[in-house]
Design a protein around this ligand. Structure first.
Ligand SMILES: C[S@@+](CC[C@H](N)C(=O)[O-])C[C@H]1O[C@@H](n2cnc3c(N)ncnc32)[C@H](O)[C@@H]1O
Length: 265
């Protein structure tokens, strides 16, 4: 099963402040954009909801009906002035046309790596360019590829346990049954085991995650080819240099005027 089929478990494993400084980083950019922003791969709203709670209008686009269903439930529990600020759209970030432009388009938490081929990645960059207001920014983050984690590995790695609200635990382990070092693509299989407060196993399942990886200079080139220029490339959300951190956090701008949302060049 794809991990997106269980947004409830996703939320248990990824609390709102999962990456230090992440939500504040996107909020600061959204404030500078000064208008509605577009989040690609919105998921259940971990980042976008923080922006909406801080007065930003957010369009949240995601491919998964299940993740968006959970996002709707989460929004329903917010005060109306917050939930009103979020509009959800079910679509692929490689193929969307919202008919409007934004001062900021952002794709947090490595979601760009879900685009498997370079064609899809480039299609996404073109859709982003078409949806950016003149001078608008495109920001996001994904991990710096760790050479030790790229090849296939069948030995199970235990990632640790997360406490659940009922006093139980969710234990996560994973392995990588397939990796393509030329196409830069890997399949990760996670086992999630949920125990109740008495230590009894109540659920065990396999969850699949498929993703690519992108090197720093490859990313710079991809952006450049699609008409963007990098404004910032950092190693994390706390201002680390690329050498100090293990994430790529970037902010880019489009060169020249936006082609506009209806253009499919
Ligand atoms: C790691 S989650 C990130 C969710 C959220 N932004 C966060 O920070 O918690 C990745 C999300 O990307 C979505 N996704 C995968 N492929 C996509 C695509 N082609 N277009 C739009 N969303 C996609 C998944 O459904 C999932 O919700």
């Amino acid at each position: 099963m794809q991990y997106t089929q269980r947004p409830d478990l996703y939320d248990l494993l990824h609390p709102e402040d999962f990456m230090a400084g992440e939500r504040e980083f996107y909020l600061a950019l959204a404030r500078e954009a000064g208008g509605p922003v577009l989040e690609l791969a919105y998921g259940t709203g971990r980042v976008g909801l923080h922006l909406a709670r801080n007065g930003i209008e957010v369009v949240g686009l995601d491919l998964s009906a299940a993740m968006l269903g959970r996002a709707r439930q989460v929004l329903a529990e917010e005060p109306p002035e917050v939930s009103r600020r979020v509009t959800l759209v079910e679509a692929s970030m490689a193929h969307f046309d919202l008919g409007r432009r934004f001062g900021l388009v952002y794709v947090p938490f490595r979601a760009f790596l879900h685009l498997r081929t370079q064609e899809e990645q480039r299609a996404c960059l073109r859709r982003v360019a078409a949806h950016l207001a003149d001078g608008g920014r495109f920001a996001g983050n994904f991990f710096q590829p760790d050479p030790l984690l790229l090849p296939r590995y069948t030995a199970v790695r235990v990632d640790g346990a997360t406490e659940t609200p009922d006093g139980g635990r969710l234990v996560q382990s994973h392995w990588c049954p397939r990796s393509d070092l030329v196409e830069q693509f890997k399949h990760i299989r996670m086992r999630l085991e949920r125990f109740d407060a008495t230590g009894r196993l109540v659920e065990s399942g396999l969850h699949d995650l498929e993703l690519t990886w992108i090197y720093g200079r490859e990313w710079r080139l991809l952006l450049e080819v699609e008409g963007f220029e990098l404004e910032r490339l950092e190693g994390g959300f706390l201002g680390q240099s690329v050498d100090e951190g293990n994430e790529y956090v970037w902010v880019a701008r489009r060169r020249g005027p936006s082609p506009g949302p209806g253009s499919h060049a």
